[in-house]
Design a protein. Sequence first.
Length: 88
Amino acid sequence: MLSKIGNGFGEPTCIEVIGQDFERTCDKACARGCEEQIRAYLNRLEAETGFKLEPGEPRRLLVSCSKRCFTESQRPGANRPFTLTWIR
């Protein structure tokens, strides 16, 4: 499974995971891609504003992002871009 391209916050992320089972492979790629993007966002947010999330919030964001990514990976088509809205 190859999730989409790029380096840096807000750009698509490229994560390659090789496996025999499509669902488990997509799940791993989604988790890694989401973790990378969330970490980049939180680092940028803290550097620019000094704001930090409460404990547990990054994990909640990761779970939400991974679920959305996995759902999008099941849809037909080559590109499945999506955005994750965080309201707290």
